[in-house]
Write a protein that binds this ligand. Structure first.
Ligand code: NI
Length: 185
């Protein structure tokens, strides 16, 4: 297990369209495990492949009741609108209210490339929409009004100097304790 460095806003890979996943390799399974570990260490509820410097259409999501590997996802139904606060592991310390669909149905493949559908609202629905945005090069700040985006970017201008190579390196001490023994991977 390993913690991955997180690309922060300004890193070009966050703006690229991802590539469809057609086969699952042992390396990709390890990537997914490492993405879960990294997400936990960073205290997030979702993490998309571009955030760890990868091009695959792949994200991991974990809320209280669901733990999902989300591969090649598409939103097949949206319903209603709701505003709620969002942050992003790639824009630390910046939070803002974002309007999202109140309810979505997402079709995606799991780690064995089996298709599944998940109906989601509230936190899980918001998280899925946020992560799927990442897979299309979109950040939550893109969805803010001009004025709110400006103030978010102003805050980020003060924060971003902590990430000179546009990488957020998590302290090793943040590795979940149960994983320490397996760090040989
Ligand atoms: Ni994010």
């Amino acid at each position: 297990m390993a913690l991955l460095d997180i690309h922060v806003l300004g890193s070009p890979i966050l703006r690229q369209e991802t590539v469809r996943v057609d086969s699952i390799t042992p390396e990709l399974r390890r990537l997914v495990d490492n993405m879960f570990d990294t997400m936990h260490a960073a205290k997030g509820i979702g993490l998309a492949a571009p955030q760890v410097g990868r091009r695959e259409s792949l994200a991991v999501v974990e809320t209280d009741d669901r733990r999902l590997v989300v591969i090649n996802p598409e939103i097949v139904l949206v319903e209603g609108k709701i505003r709620g606060e969002e942050g992003c592991l790639s824009i630390p310390e910046v939070y803002a209210d974002v309007e999202r669909a109140a309810r979505v149905i997402v079709r995606a493949q799991d780690i064995d490339l089996q298709w599944y559908e998940v109906e989601a609202s509230e936190l899980l629905g918001r998280c899925l929409q946020h992560e799927i945005d990442h897979l299309h090069g979109k950040m939550f700040t893109d969805r803010l009004s001009l004025l709110k985006r400006r103030s978010a970017m102003k805050l980020w201008d003060e924060e971003k100097f902590q990430y000179p190579k546009l990488l957020r390196v998590l302290p090793v001490g943040d590795l979940p304790p149960e994983r320490d023994a397996a760090s040989a991977d």
